[in-house]
Design a protein around this ligand. Structure first.
Ligand code: IPM
Ligand code: MN
Length: 359
């Protein structure tokens, strides 16, 4: 009997191709450690939307609540107006399942090139904890007198103390558990956004002082954070920030760890159902070519393993990915690098699954 149930949402573009490899690797690791997964497939995405007009039925959200985890390929279709699928599937699931943490490791693996000169795997290894349930993202605001010269548009940044506290608590605990530099950096904008980041800053120091005296507290403005992430990425251990800033700095993070071909994220509800995804897009132009890099999706699978409570299997997946990356079979992570190396999406998944079976 399967131990863990997972809802698969392969989504658009190359999503289904990378997801197939992610599932292959999950199964290989589960077999190795004596458990199994059961999967249910959901075809939400651009194609279904164009055929039926349906983005995500309410019933799906209710079904999602019953799984141990959700695994998402990619959302975004060139023939669907931007925002419809992203908001209707990705953001709606995050919000309705209250996945209030977006966990994004920024780790440069051996065998992967970073665009930052003179930095290596020992310098680029930190975690961004992006608050994932509030901020400007909830759509508070509106438009008046639309289309006239007097149009007014508002989109408001809102945080409650509770939303800030639960995210900070997760971040402090994560820093303690990780046990690297025991340093948590709050990334904000206290020099301008004094209301919202004033709250974050007070909550940060109050909680740190009272509950986490073993964790060193640092603060950086968001603009400075992007500068340090490039200049001195080794300064960071764990970074905690709001939803909007977290969205921005984690794309930068993905680039310094080698690009969208490798960056993974987890949308976590520590008390509920979490969703794991490669953070790159659906790469429509590579759809069906079997040359998209599945590593980001496989790393998302590693995070899924960890979250369901199988840390050994998670480490094995990471070990297998590192073995692949250092094997010299591909010279870079892009689809053209994979093509140039005569590799394929499926061959990479096969290699990693095979490594797990044999090691
Ligand atoms: C991300 C994405 C999403 C976000 C989009 C697609 C809605 O950029 O996961 O970072 O802004 O959160
Ligand atoms: Mn983003």
């Amino acid at each position: 009997m399967a131990k863990y149930s997972v809802a698969l949402i392969p989504g658009d573009g190359t999503g289904p191709e990378v997801m197939a490899e992610g599932v292959k690797v999950l199964d290989a690791a589960a077999a190795k450690f004596g458990f199994s997964f059961s999967y249910q497939n959901y075809d939400f995405g651009g194609e279904r939307y164009m055929k039926t007009g349906e983005v995500l039925p309410d019933s799906a959200i209710e079904e999602f609540r019953k799984f141990d985890a959700l695994y998402l390929g990619a959302i975004g279709h060139p023939e669907v107006a931007p925002g419809i699928l992203e908001k209707g599937i990705l953001l709606r699931t995050r919000f309705e399942l209250d996945q209030y943490i977006n966990l994004r490791p920024v780790k440069l693996y051996p065998g992967v090139d970073t665009p930052i000169k003179d930095k290596g795997p020992e310098d680029i290894d930190f975690i961004v904890i992006r608050e994932n349930s509030a901020d400007i993202y909830t759509g508070i605001g509106g438009v008046q007198r639309k289309g006239t010269p007097y149009e007014v548009a508002m989109q408001t940044m809102v945080y409650s103390r509770n939303e800030v506290d639960r995210c900070l608590r997760y971040a402090f605990e994560c820093t303690r558990k990780r046990n690297k530099d025991l340093t948590l950096t709050l990334c904000g904008k206290t020099n301008v956004l004094t209301h919202v980041f004033g709250l974050w800053e007070r909550a940060f120091h109050e909680m740190g002082e009272k509950e986490f005296p073993d964790i060193k507290r640092e603060y950086a403005h968001v603009d400075a954070t992007t500068m340090w992430m490039v200049k001195n990425p080794e300064w960071f251990d764990v970074v905690v920030t709001g939803n909007m800033f977290g969205d921005i700095i984690t794309d930068l993070g993905a680039m310094i760890q080698g690009g969208m071909g490798i960056a993974a994220g987890g949308n976590l509800n520590p008390e509920g159902v979490s969703m794991f995804e490669p953070i790159g897009g659906s790469a429509p132009k590579y759809t069906g070519m079997n040359i998209i890099n599945p590593l980001a999706c496989i790393f998302a699978g590693q995070m899924l393993m960890d979250e369901v409570g199988e840390p050994e299997a998670a480490l094995k997946i990471e070990e297998a990915c590192v073995a692949f990356l250092t094997s010299g079979q591909i010279k870079g992570l892009s689809a053209s690098d994979i093509k140039a190396a005569g590799m394929t999406t499926t061959a990479i998944g096969d290699w990693i699954a095979d490594y797990i079976a044999k090691n």
